[in-house]
Each structure stands twice: as C-alpha cells, then as structure tokens.
Design a protein. Structure first.
Length: 763
C-alpha cells in the first residue's frame, strides 16, 4: 500500500547539504516526490510504502548533516499524486517567515583531500562543499542561493556546474562552489608589486613570516594580521601597528599535536578546538619546566597564563602550514585598536599599506563581518566569551514570543538581538560602540538583520544608561519609527539573559557580577544579588559602595581604586602603613585622590565587582595601570596559586563589606605571603561570599534556583569553583551561561526577554 506525506522541517537546514541528504535517503527507500527550500524551512512531499516512509522519516531525524539542526518536524498525510521520481525543486520565496542561516563552517576532510588530488582544485584555497565553507559571511539575502551571496559574480565553469547540478555529488547546490578555473583568486601586494600566482604567493608569504615580517591576510570574516609567534620583535612590532598595548594575541597552531606541546588540552578542549566552528580556545600554557623550544614569544600573552589558541579552518590555513617551517603564527584580528576588523580590499590597502610588509587579498567580498569566536572550557563545557564566526547567526530558541522586538545591547563588547517569532537572533560580536567606526558597523549590521530576518519592529529596547550609544540609537529609532522604547536595568538584563538561555521563566535568585552598569539609584552597580523574573527584580544586597575617583579614569588606573578602598577603610592613616604598592605612587597623587573623595568631585559611587578586583590587583602590585579592558582582573586570576583553599573574612550586613578582608590582606603582605596565595585567598573569598549569600537568600525566600551572569563569570576559577560548590550542596540548582556570553555581549538577549514579557503584558 502506497501512502503520501508532506513534511515541513524548520531549523538550520539551509546551506548545510540538507536537500541532497534528503534526496539520497529518498532514493534509498524508494520514495518519490520532491524536496524544496523555501525561506521558512525545507518542505518534502514523499510517497512510498508505509514502512519505507517511516524509515525515511527516522533517517531525516537521526542522520542529518553535521552542521544542520532540526528544530521542528511536522508531517501530515496528503493524497497520492503518483510521482514517478524524486526531485529537488527550485527555491521559492514564499513568505515573510525565515529559516536559519548557517554559520560559516571550517573546511572538511573531503575538501582537504580534494586540494591534494582533484585536478582543478590542486592547492585551490577557496575549495568548499555542502558540508563546509563560507556561509553567513557571504550571504546578502534569503533564500540562500548563489545569487544572494557575494559568489554571484563568479560564473561556474562546466566542471563546477556539473558538480553543482549532480544530486549525488558532495557539491550539489553548494552555493560557494568554485575551482581554480572559475572561482575567487588571491593577490599578494608587497613592496609595490602585485603577485598573482598562488604557488608563488604562498612561497613568498612563508618566507616573509619566517623572516619575521608582518602580513595582513584576508580571512573568512575579515582581515587578520599575521606574524611568527616565536619572534619577540615581530610580536612587539605587531603591537605597535595595532596600537594595542597589552591585550593577548591569538595564535594559530599547525595541528593539535603541536599545540599540545605549548598548552594543556583536555578532552573537551580538544573537541572544541576541532569542532566545525573552530573557535579560539583559551588554554592554560604549559608550565615553566617545559624546554624553551616550546615557548611562544612572551609578548603574545604578556604574563597571562592562558593562551588563545586555534587550529586551521580555511583551506588557505592548511596550505600555509603545509609549506611554512613554523608550527604557529600569531593570527590576530586585522584592525587598529578598537576599530572593527577590516573587511574590504580597498580599506586594507589604505590602512595597512606601509604599516605591514605585505597584504594578501582576494576578489570575493565579505558581506557580513565576523571576528573569530572565543571560547573558554569550564567544567568540561565550552562557554562562549566572544560569539561570532561559526556561531552566528544561529538563533536562541525561547519559550515565548519575541517577534518584532529589537534589543540594542550594552556598550562595550556590544551585540544586539532581534526577535522573530520565538527566536532571538543575536548579532555577531560588534565591539566597543564608543569607537566611531564600530558604531557605524553596529548600525549597518542592525539594518542588515532587520532585512535578512524580515523583522517588523514593534518595540525597541536599550540599557537604562542614557549615554550608551546603543541607548541613544534606540531613542532615535523609536522616535523616527513611532514604536515604544523600553529601558532595562543592566544587571536585570544580565540575569534575564542567562534565564532565557537556560529556558527559565520563574522567580530566581540572580547574581550579576561585572564591572559597571547603571543602577536605578543613579549609582554604578556590579555586584548585585537580586530576586527576579522577567517582569521585575528586587535588589537584595550588593557590595558596599566605593567612590571611583575620576569616574571612568579609574578603569585605566586601578591604583586610584586601591587608594579609595584604603581611604574608606582606614582614613588618612593608611598613608603611613607599610604597603609596598604605595611606594610606587607619588604622595601628591594620593592626596589629590583623597581631596576628590572628600569633596565628592567626580567620584561616582560604584558597587562593581570589577572595581574590587582592580583595587586588589593594585594593592598586590600586580597591576596599577591597565592597558586594556579587564587587564587587572585577568592578571589577578593568572596569579592564583594552585591548591590554596584559604580565604578571607567579609561582613554581610545590609551590604557586603570587605574591610575585614583588606585588614588581613595587609597583614599577609606584611608577612610577605606570596602573591599567588593572596590572589587565591581573594578569589576564594568572592566564591564564599557568593555561595553564602545565595544560600541565605534561598533560605529566606524559598527559591531554589540561582542564576549567574556578568563578566566576572568569565573568570574560570570563580565559575568552576562555584559550580562545584553548588553541585555538592545539592539544595540549590545553579544556572550559568554556555552558548551566550556571560559578559555584556549577552545583554541583548536579556533585554529581549524582559521586554517581551513586559511589553506583551502592557500591550
Ligand atoms: Zn567540504
Ligand atoms: Zn570551476
Ligand atoms: Fe555588564
């Protein structure tokens, strides 16, 4: 008996070889009918024997391509039309609904084989197939077809076209399919000369890098700057070019085997490094007792004990390492300070010519700029710190409707989000909006998302802070488009973000720890214990306020916070105390700071955890001046001594005071306790404080779920130990971030979730 069903599959099913996969199984189970891509998923009409239809459906579920993700699967009986064959129909743009856009996928093993063996793809650096290659970075519109990508200007040769049209071929409907005869090509510009032959280019690049030169290389989502990771002077010069003082650079290693000589890699980290997303993974550097041949230049990480490492993900990277005599290269984003990474050839030539020793470009446009993503593995789970290439624009599925809500995010490490039905589409990492070019990138991407995902805006959400560029943008947008502008408190949004990621919709205990965020009392918050849901939050307690002498200036000068802390706890007398770091400061500076505090001159009050870390880093003489965001906390974390379980006291009253801790810290300093132990004790104190306070709130409120969010939870030591502590305790279930950044890059998701609940209730 023949039957017929119509199947509608939604999720990430475009651009991942889904239709050929359907086709193959249709053939296998003697199914007739058709499969078609539309902008709201994949539709299948299948006729065949009942048992075969069941096997076919099972295969669709269980054997789908690696990068695909089925989110919904609807099947219903239809009448038989007696198809004689199974066909792949042409895409139709049928509705305003959209389906997932695939993120970019690292080159697959088969393609790597092809560049060694397939005649017209020998050493071809743009080789790809339905299982791999560029996606989001080249897409201009939906449905995902070659004509909607920046591949549209390349006409396929006969060979590629045959592969593209052959359902049984791995390149069937692989939109960016290309070969040596018809696809994009590289050009290398060096010393005023342009080189076109790829084999020669590759040789030249290897020579230059080996001899210590710096090159700009067009990558997948933007340009990279590249140099020898072992060459101290190259790395130093790279810092000068980028105008980047101290922030660690990422290093690409030849392969896993080589990487393991330089860094500790556990099983989950291995999996993450080798995943098709190929992010930068933060790994612990190998200890000092390793022979010096396995040490990258000290200027790469600048005394931070982790290294951002990643493995080749483009055919070009593999081809490079096949010739390069080095095992690793610094491969850092091609930008100057806080500007967005360069994506166009013209801009690269304009910005980098004269600065670097050579520029490698190719003639396919990058349409959507994406940085390399950054992941830290904690308790065997990958946690995204920077969410971009490989992860964007995969949506976050929510349990409620967020359709038409636009969330503009925070300011630093900005990401925005747009709502479509019950999905949140977070943008790629945008960066610091205070930078003019970054703010332009933000606006451009914002409008791209509205178009790409067919958004009909109903309201726009921003942070409470009126000075954030994202808040001002929301205000303007709301006026021009006549839609409401909702403002959400920063730390409430942090907690809501983690709730949304974990599918929670109830009252929880929220712990939002970060550097800064405007509070409802006009002060700067950042150590917030709250009881909240999406509707509202109640601040339970926080660290006591501390004046920040000079406001934002104190972010770059942690010593100011140390002084403010000591002054608050000990009055003027602290000047006469024996604290080593004070010797390094001039007396006049200190008295000026005290005057500012006395007169309340530009001294906003802050409860930010980040500031406590800054103050501690300064008192411990680890970092008195900060050259990049979160340097002091990163250095403090790096200093932690292993296996030190000791901790300091603190006072939990209406607010939380660390005066008892500082008293003992000074005592420890006097007794010359090593810095590593001091740092460990400090971190353990924060961990204890969070744990005990959450337990107390739980006992008082009866709430058994706690949620951690905010940049402080990107601190591996704190997150790991807290998760373990709560796991042992058992009475409270702890929720933390995994696929969404705990820092301000995750804020937009929380804004979206809160606005959805508040707006719908009031509408
Ligand atoms: Zn491939
Ligand atoms: Zn071709
Ligand atoms: Fe924050």
């Amino acid at each position: 008996m023949k039957e017929a069903v119509e199947i509608h599959i939604k999720g990430l099913v475009q651009g991942v070889g889904f239709r050929p996969f359907v086709y193959r199984f249709a053939k296998k189970y003697e199914i007739t009918g058709w499969v078609e891509n539309s902008n709201n998923g994949v539709k299948i009409c299948a006729e065949g024997k009942r048992t075969n239809l069941i096997l076919f459906s099972e295969a669709l579920h269980n054997q789908s391509p690696e990068a695909s993700k089925i989110e919904s699967f609807h099947s219903n009986q239809v009448s038989i039309q007696n198809f004689t064959d199974f066909n792949i129909k042409k895409s139709e743009n049928t509705s305003n609904e959209i389906t997932g856009i695939c993120p970019d996928i690292a080159v697959c093993e088969d393609c790597l084989e092809d560049i060694k063996t397939q005649e017209n793809r020998i050493s071809y650096p743009f080789t790809n197939c339905t299982n791999c290659g560029p996606r989001f970075t080249i897409i201009m519109d939906l449905p995902y077809d070659r004509s909607s990508t920046s591949m549209k200007v390349f006409e396929m040769c006969e060979f590629c076209s045959n592969e593209y049209n052959n359902v049984l071929n791995r390149r069937f409907h692989a939109q960016p399919v290309a070969c040596n005869h018809c696809g994009p090509t590289f050009q290398f510009i060096s010393k005023g000369k342009t080189h076109l032959n790829f084999d020669e280019i590759l040789k030249q690049i290897c020579n230059e890098i080996e001899s210590g030169k710096i090159l700009a290389i067009k990558g997948l989502g933007g340009f990279h700057l590249m140099c020898n990771a072992l060459n101290e002077s190259s790395v130093k010069r790279l810092r000068e070019i980028k105008k980047r003082d101290g922030k660690p650079f990422a290093v690409m290693f030849r392969d896993l085997e080589v990487l393991e000589k330089y860094a500790e890699v556990n099983e989950s980290e291995q999996k993450t490094l080798l995943s098709w997303q190929r992010p930068i993974v933060l790994l612990n550097k190998k200890g000092l007792n390793v022979s010096s041949e396995y040490k990258i230049a000290s200027g790469v990480c600048n005394e931070i004990n982790t290294i951002g490492a990643f493995l080749p993900y483009l055919p070009f990277h593999h081809l490079l390492f096949s010739q390069l005599k080095l095992d690793s290269v610094v491969l850092t984003s091609g930008n100057i300070t806080d500007e967005p990474i360069v994506i166009s050839n013209d801009e690269a030539l304009e910005k980098f010519e004269g600065l670097v020793d050579g520029i490698l470009i190719y003639n396919r446009d990058i349409y959507n700029r994406t940085d390399d993503s950054v992941v830290s593995v904690v308790n065997n789970e990958p946690r995204l710190i920077r969410r971009s290439r490989g992860y964007v624009p995969s949506p976050v599925n929510l349990k409620f409707d967020v359709d038409g809500i636009l969330a503009t995010g925070a300011e630093l490490a900005n990401c925005f989000a747009v709502g479509k039905e019950s999905k949140a589409f977070l943008s790629q990492h945008i960066g610091d909006l205070k930078n003019m070019e970054t703010f332009e990138f933000y606006q451009e991407t914002f409008y791209k998302y509205l178009k790409l995902f067919r958004i009909e805006p109903v309201c726009i959400v921003s942070d409470l802070h009126p000075d954030y560029f994202s808040s001002q943008f929301a205000e303007q947008y709301s006026i021009v488009n006549g839609i409401p502008h909702i403002k959400i408190q920063h730390h409430h949004a942090h907690i809501a973000s983690c709730m949304a990621e974990n599918g929670l919709d109830e009252k929880v205990i929220g712990v939002a720890f970060d550097g800064t965020g405007l509070g409802t009392d006009g002060n700067i918050w950042g150590s917030e214990f709250m009881v909240c849901d999406y509707q509202s939050f109640k601040r339970y307690t926080h660290f006591e306020y501390l004046p920040l002498p000079g406001g934002d200036k104190s972010n770059e000068q942690p010593w100011r916070i140390a002084v403010s802390m000591l002054y608050q706890y000990f009055g003027k007398d602290f000047i006469n105390m024996e604290i080593p770091f004070l010797d390094k400061l001039k007396g006049e500076n200190i008295s000026l700071i005290m005057q500012m505090i006395d007169k309340k001159l530009n001294c906003p009050l802050s409860s930010g955890t980040g500031r406590l870390f800054d103050g501690m880093a300064s008192i411990l003489n680890i970092c008195a001046h900060s050259t990049y965001h979160a340097e002091a906390p990163m250095r403090l974390e790096s200093a932690i001594a292993n296996n030190c379980k000791a901790f300091y006291p603190y006072l939990l009253d209406v607010t939380i005071s660390f005066k008892p801790m500082i008293v003992e810290v000074l005592e420890d300093l006097k007794n010359k306790l090593e810095v590593g132990k001091l740092s460990a004790k400090f971190h353990n104190t924060i961990i204890n404080c969070i744990f005990e306070t959450v337990v107390k709130i739980s006992e008082e409120s009866g709430i058994k779920k706690a949620v951690l969010s905010g940049g402080v939870f990107q601190n591996k030591y704190i997150l790991e130990n807290l998760e373990n502590k709560f796991r042992k305790y058992q009475k409270i279930e702890l929720f933390t971030h995994k696929s969404i950044p705990a820092g301000d890059g995750g804020i937009a998701l929380g804004q979206l979730a809160i606005a959805a609940n508040q707006f719908r209730h009031h509408a």
